[in-house]
Write a protein that binds this ligand. Sequence first.
Ligand code: NAP
Length: 195
Amino acid sequence: MIHNAGGGVGLAALDIAKHIGATTYGTASAAKHEFLKARGLDQAIDYRHQDWLPVLIDLTKGRGVELVIDPLGGKSWKKSYRALRATGRMGVFGMSTASASGILGKLRAMKALAQTPRFHPLSLMNRNKGVFGLNLGHMWGEGEKVSGWMREIMNGVAEGWIRPHVDRAFPFDQVADAHRYIEARKNIGKVVLVP
Ligand SMILES: NC(=O)c1ccc[n+]([C@@H]2O[C@H](COP(=O)([O-])OP(=O)(O)OC[C@H]3O[C@@H](n4cnc5c(N)ncnc54)[C@H](OP(=O)(O)O)[C@@H]3O)[C@@H](O)[C@H]2O)c1
């Protein structure tokens, strides 16, 4: 289950999941569904207009999924955890529910923190579920490990099963417009800055 499947991370995760033969489910704005299906996503869910959890549970015949990757944070982590099948795992790597500029951003961050679930080890054991996190920004001491991942990704690019998609390029002096474009959720895949 790939949240925000139409983003840069989401598309890369989709390529990797397809490469290992996984059945893929993804949430995204409806306008991105056609593109995602063409890229191989098995089931696209319009999470902005429907509750994605019952849809996913229905699609998996009540079982749930082996892996959820969730960059939304807050109450979304609680729901994603519920979407896991026995021995399934949830990877958390972002908190975009808290992203907004100014005072609104601070309020959203506080709300997301208040809604963040806590996972007790005993409960993880008894429910056969796992939760893990990743923050690349805190991996500076693990250069060897990260470069190993990077080599695999570059192999994927060379072999054609990883297909980075650049949605739009902005010149450096239009960096604010690039941010606005992303915040308006218009991008599918990456937005890049060019000189
Ligand atoms: N922990 C790490 O090491 C790490 C590394 C890279 C990225 N990240 C995090 O992973 C997330 C995705 O990164 P990305 O590069 O794939 O981003 P991206 O290309 O901008 O895509 C993000 C997608 O998320 C959806 N979205 C949901 N809430 C949003 C919000 N409040 N503002 C904007 N978009 C929102 C949008 O899709 P819809 O139109 O479908 O809603 C958007 O297209 C971000 O939260 C980022 O901080 C973490």
